[in-house]
Design a protein around this ligand. Sequence first.
Ligand code: 9MR
Ligand code: 9MR
Ligand code: ZN
Length: 559
Amino acid sequence: MKNHLMVAGLLFLTFAGSGWAAESDIRLNSLGFLPQLAKKASIVAACSEFTVRNAATGETAFTGKAAGPFHQDDVNQDVWIADFTSLTTKGRFYLDVPGVGRSIEFEVGDAVYDLAFRTAMRAFYLWRCGTEVRGEHNGQVFSHAACHLDDGWQDYIGAKDSRRDGVGGWHDAGDYGKYVVNAGITVGNLFFAWDHFQDTLKGVSLGLPDTAPGYPDFLKEIKWETDWLLKMPYPDGSGKVSHKLTRTNFAGFIMPEKDDGKRFFTEWSTAATADFVAMMAMAARYFKPYDPAYAHKCLAAAEKSYKFLRSSEEKRFQQGDFRTGGYQTNDSDDRLWAAAEMWETTGNSECLKDFETLALVPPRTFGRRPGAAPAGKIDENWDWGNVRNLGMFTYVLSRREGRDPNLLEQVRHDTLATADSLVAKARQDVYGRPLAGVYYWGCNGTVARQVLNLQVANRLSPNPEYVNASLDAVAHLFGRNYYNRSYVTGLGREPAMHPHDRRSGADGIDAPWPGYVVGGGQSATGWHDDQEDYRTNEIAINWQAGLVYALAAFTSGEK
Ligand code: 9MR
Ligand code: 9MR
Ligand code: ZN
């Protein structure tokens, strides 16, 4: 009897053990799938047939044969791919893989990305500086009191011990600084999301305080940042824009309202000034239907800084006393983007000429990411150091007349060629990662941002491959990856728990602030879900904006 029990116990343990191992061997988008679009899982154990079963009844919904094995060196794994795209029935399911086990349960439905979209965009609200914030997630409340109300001091711009209003905007990342260059790619990506998906986004409620009456919530949140940006030009009326507003060194892991170190407007740079122009020109365009007076103010600020920029040589930011984020970058891409947005907003032919002149500059002059292949007019791998794509996309998608037909054709061609390359790479990577094989600080943000490349291509030349590769990027971030985990706090399977985020580290709550994508490993197996590891586990607005764009493409827009 005793023996029997022991045997049963052992059997149970073995079964439970292998059941757990099996689940972790089948990796897929833990948010679920849209009925009509791609559905894939990566399986890291030998298999052949697989069955998709109804989660409630166990009934067979789909059967297929996994392809593989595919060996991938950077993760050193043999991987099989189960493609169940043809399952278009809505409901809850799991994969049953003989010899391997069952996957987690997942949903097929129209709204599977809605909560993730809202949470990821609300994450910007939770990043607000200069005000109290409060948000609930999974029954927990995340909040802080109004912070950094003393922003900022002008000692570094020639006015010792004098303070000017620089309150507001978003904190940059896990730190509490505010940086114009990083705001650039962020606001640019968010406005693109609005431009492309406003029909679905305009009805979505993000539960924000009404800081911009009459604005849809999505734009309301962007306006919180542009209100702050309007405070960043020098008070002398020259149009120069301070590179950043931060302390001289990073604060410790304290709540923002406890961070009372002096924060300074720094010297200007041409990159920050150009990004400011681009953001303000976009703001003028997209805010106009809701708030013409504010749009006018944004355009006036853009025009003043653009005029200054055109007559100014490159001026890079020098850190001097500062140890906070540098965000130093060549300004040629920023200037090109500024020209594109000024032209798109005003139709001014001088701006078009500026753009088309800069567009002829050879690509190596632009900030290039590690692993970025020599490109034509479009980059498939880009972050805050290279915003050329934003200018190129505005140009190629414009409805305005007067563009140089040769250049236009080249940009169009390169947009499609780059998207084709991303499709091929997502297919080649065993975890569907369109940034196949390339890893660096913040690369998860780039994976998300590549969805913009794919969607612009899809607008120029609709192709289901572009849509499915976009979903590959989303799937990768939410669990179809080496870790079988979600890289986004509070969402999906076993999400990141210990981001390098001062609020999450200091608020005494056992869960991190929700909806934030972490930077990701600097090698295929180099991610550490560890608060200390800011190189792979920080959060940041530029990466977040990529995620918001990617989810905006697939949200149903309900609620
Ligand atoms: O916390 C900082 C993080 O937000 C930055 O991205 C990172 C790189 O600039 O630096 C972090 O601060 C670290 C500092 O550079 C060195 N000492 C340890 C700090 C982390 O607690
Ligand atoms: O995203 C930035 C990355 O490309 C740089 O390699 C890194 C080091 O300079 O800095 C990253 O940006 C950080 C910024 O400097 C300070 N705030 C947090 C940002 C994310 O880690
Ligand atoms: Zn603050």
